[in-house]
Structure formats: structure tokens, C-alpha cells
Design a binder for this molecule. Sequence first.
Ligand code: NAI
Length: 268
Amino acid sequence: MRDTTNTEVSKARRVANSNGRVALVTGAAMGIGAAIAKRLAADGFSVVLGDLNLDAAESLAQELCAQGHTAIAVTLDVGSDASIHAAFEQIVAHFARCDVLVNNAGIAKTYPFESYPLAHWRAVMDVNVTGPMLLAQQAVQHMKKQSWGRVINIASVAGIRASAGRTAYGTSKSAVIGLTRQMAIELAAQGVTANAIAPGPIETPMVATLHSDTTRDNFLKQVPMKRYGAPEEIAGVVSFLASDDASYVTGQTLAVDGGFIAAGVLEI
Ligand code: NAI
């Protein structure tokens, strides 16, 4: 059998397994979250696009529906307990289930450690750490009814290696990696896996504002593949972790980073 046929067979199997399953992707209006929503829709999931930016989320949901997929957009502020509860009420009213949660929404700003603003620290912790925990608490109530669920947290290489200016962001992403392990061991009995992805530098609207030319040069020197990743390269790994093929994978953090975490001295 040729490779292309194998790909078709595994795609058909993935779509068959995903039929009827509902995936909530946070921060799905743009960047990595939008690529994840598109990929999970193509895999056969019904997709809920949760975002602060409802207009952009709605326009992507309409695009997916026009392609024959099932998708809705909901207003969601991951930093607000009330907003998380309201979003789940909408999801339950529409689909009555939630099988996959992709905690993708995240925020970042860089400041020197000594003058790091407390308000920004708190905002980052609320959105990047507390929100994913609260969302998972809600989602698990639905996953355990089927004894099947997937929580996929988008962490960062900044949670594994420190980078300048990322006092809150780096700490929040380390916490997400720890949270992933905590959820994995406590939810295993419910048939729910929890894994994290640690992306390296990925071309998105966030990076367009966050990465200075100096940061960009620094990454290109330190990433063995000598390039930024594409959002679709993260979405492909989410697709695997959300599938039945990943049934025995839990508590893991997978760096998807062109080799950045593996790298030491790169020149002789
Ligand atoms: P982005 O800024 O391009 O897009 C983020 C999306 O999340 C936007 O649609 C925005 O409206 C939404 N959002 C922001 N705050 C929200 C909130 N409180 N509630 C709901 N939605 C909210 O970001 P990007 O680059 O796509 O990043 C996605 C995730 O990947 C983040 O968690 C980020 O930390 C992580 N990441 C990104 C990397 C990169 O190089 N782009 C590298 C490593 C991790």
C-alpha cells in the first residue's frame, strides 16, 4: 500500500472516531487556536470556538460550517469564572456534551523582572493558569459521562527554559505543565487524559507584536531548524493527542519547537 493510501485510511479512521464528539478550543479566533479549530473540524469533531473576540470567532465558525463541518462560536473570557460558566451553559444547551478541551488562549507581555507590573502578573496568571484549571473542571463533568475525554493544554518552551522579560509568562507556562500532570493523575480513572504541548516560536499575531527583531534573531540562532513554526504544525499534534491513537498518553508535555529544547551548542 502506498503512503498516500495509508494517510487516507488513517484520516478516515480519525474522522469516524471523532464523529459526534465535541471539542472546545479557547482562543480559537486567530493564531494557533484557529489552526487547531480547523484541524479538529477536519478530523470530524463538532467544534466550539471560544474567544474574547466573538466577531472573529463567528466568522471562522461560519467558514467551517460552509465547508460542511459543525462549528459554533461562543464569547469566552478565560480570565473570568463567570464567563467560563456562561460559555459552558451555551455548549451544553447546543451539544449536551464536551469531549475535548484545548486550553489554547494565552496572553504575554515582556517587562524586566525588577519592575514587573503586579497587575500584569495577576492577569497572566488568571488567563494562562487559573482559566485552564476552571475550564477543565467544567469539561470533566461531561467527559466522565462517556468515560472518555482529552484535555490538551498549550504551554510553551518558555515554561521549560527561561527567556528574558517573561517573569509572568514563563512562570505561568511552567505552572500549566505542572497542572497537566496533576490533572493527568487525578482524571485517569475517569478515562480522561491530560497532556500539554510546548510550542517554540510560531508565526501568529501574538508573536508579531511580542517578538522584537532582536528576539527573532535570537530564536533563529537557537532553533536548530532555523525557522519559526506554523500554527498548523501545532494543530497536527493536537489532532494526535485528541485521537484514540493517544489513548495511553497522559501527563506529558511535548515540545513542538524545531529542536529548541534539545539544543545546546550549535556550532563547532
Ligand atoms: P494570539 O495572540 O495570536 O491569539 C490568541 C487568541 O486568544 C486570540 O484570538 C485572542 O482573542 C484570544 N484570547 C486572548 N485572551 C483571551 C481570553 N482571556 N479569553 C479568551 N480568548 C482570549 O496567540 P497565539 O500566538 O496563537 O498563542 C496561542 C497559545 O499558544 C497561547 O497560549 C500562547 O501562550 C501559546 N504559545 C504561542 C507561541 C507562539 O510563538 N505564538 C509559542 C508558545 C506558546
